[in-house]
Ligand binder design. Structure first.
Ligand SMILES: Cc1ncc(COP(=O)(O)O)c(C=O)c1O
Length: 400
């Protein structure tokens, strides 16, 4: 692990001024137990060997890097490469931290996993991990997302999970997190919260980042093998920020590699029309940690909107807020329209149907490539688009 990763966050879970754990008193002992267990297993050769075995023989890792030749030609300028997390078992990067979280839960003697899901990718991944380890699984999901991401709801149920529909507020990801945390509080003795991104109170942002770092570690080696060097630019979409932190982890100590996080600009830059938290947010607290937050006039988390359910969150991982503040990562955005165009183009030009979330990173690369002839861009193709097919085709057709 690189030196930045070894020293960040601090022992209280702070990335600079962001992060921490503002927990209700009944949860404090449970988070202490989780932190201690994580710190112990992360140094245990037995745990790390078991995880390595799972990654190779169950998840199908390492996932490859593909050179998107036709997409690069179409964009004109930089050469675009993608780390193929769509080929990770269950079709997205989420399984990387879910298998590790479930393995940790097993080491802690827990028998149940609870979590929220937006696009359903995290829910499917956690349900898969629960099935693998023979655990119970309870997934909370907003009613709007249940309708939009129907195939993933079916998958979770087939995998044996209980899907709890959430009908409060906007009925999307933020409300699903509220509901899942509420349920966890009553079952913390026997259950573990398997959070879906680098968000939440300490130790989740650190733990999930480190479990996702396998993406960046592999990518660094593979890119070197493929091209003889490092990428000039590395990019990923940012919802909570786990696929981005996973890929960034491999390059964060390389000052000559520029890192880019791509947020969802939705339909416009007006509050309520997007979920670009770093671009437009302000300091605040959400779900028991300090970060950047999109706030309404009363200072509460604002309604958010994006075509990609998995990016639909008015907060962001505290490490991203920190990396924005230090300037190590540049945060930018792509609109629904750009993401949709990228969705169709990657499908037709490369034979890969991306998740709408990942399509934001593809859209950014296509926009940016022309400004960087002779350079290489590596993006995280964080997931495949099977879950989005019905929604996209029913709403927008087959593209031009
Ligand atoms: C394929 C895919 N990519 C990205 C995300 C966003 O999550 P994160 O920002 O934590 O990577 C999701 C969330 O559901 C997803 O399904």
């Amino acid at each position: 692990m690189t030196s930045y990763l070894n020293f960040t966050p601090d022992s209280e879970g702070f990335f600079g001024e962001y992060g921490g754990a503002m927990l209700p008193p009944p949860l404090i002992p449970h988070f202490k137990e989780l932190t201690e267990a994580y710190e112990k297993v992360s140094r245990s050769p037995e745990f790390l060997d078991e995880l390595k075995y799972i990654r190779k023989h169950f998840q199908g890792r390492p996932t490859p890097i593909s050179h998107f030749r036709r997409l690069s030609e179409e964009a004109g300028g930089a050469q675009i490469y993608g780390k193929r997390e769509d080929l990770n078992h269950t079709g997205a990067h989420k399984l990387n931290h879910c298998m590790a979280e479930a393995l940790l839960a097993k080491h802690m003697g827990k028998t149940k996993l609870i979590a929220e899901t937006g696009a359903g990718q995290h829910g499917v991944a956690l349900a898969t991990a629960a099935a693998y380890f023979g655990m119970e699984c309870e997934i909370h999901m907003g009613e709007v997302d249940i309708k939009k991401e129907h195939p993933n709801v079916v998958r979770m149920k087939l995998l044996g999970a209980t899907v709890v529909p959430v009908g409060e507020g906007a009925k999307t990801l933020k409300e699903a997190v509220d509901s899942a945390f509420g349920s966890y509080i009553g079952q913390a003795d026997t259950a573990m919260f398997g959070i879906g991104s680098v968000v939440g109170p300490h130790p989740f942002p650190k733990m999930v980042r480190n479990f996702q770092a396998v993406v960046g570690e592999e990518a660094r080696e593979q890119f070197e093998e493929m091209t003889g060097g490092k990428p000039d630019m590395v990019a990923a979409c940012v919802g909570g920020g786990s696929n981005a932190m996973g890929l960034f982890a491999g390059f964060i100590d390389d000052e000559d590699v520029a890192l880019y996080g791509v947020e969802p600009l939705g339909t416009s830059s007006n509050l309520g029309d997007h979920a670009a938290t770093i671009t437009f947010g302000e300091d605040g607290d959400i779900h028991a940690f300090r970060t950047l937050v999109l706030k309404d006039a009363e200072g509460n988390p604002a309604p958010v909107n994006t075509i990609a359910s998995g990016l639909d969150y008015p907060g962001v991982g505290p490490e991203h807020a920190h990396l924005h503040k230090t300037g190590r990562v540049t945060y930018t955005s792509a609109s629904d329209k750009e993401a949709l165009k990228a969705f169709y183009e990657l499908s037709r030009l490369e034979g890969i149907i991306p998740a709408l979330e990942s399509a934001h990173a593809v859209a950014w690369a296509m926009r940016e490539a022309k400004n960087h002839p002779g350079k290489n861009i590596l993006l995280n193709l964080s997931g495949r688009g099977d879950k989005d097919l019905d929604y996209v085709v029913d709403t927008y057709g087959f593209g031009e």
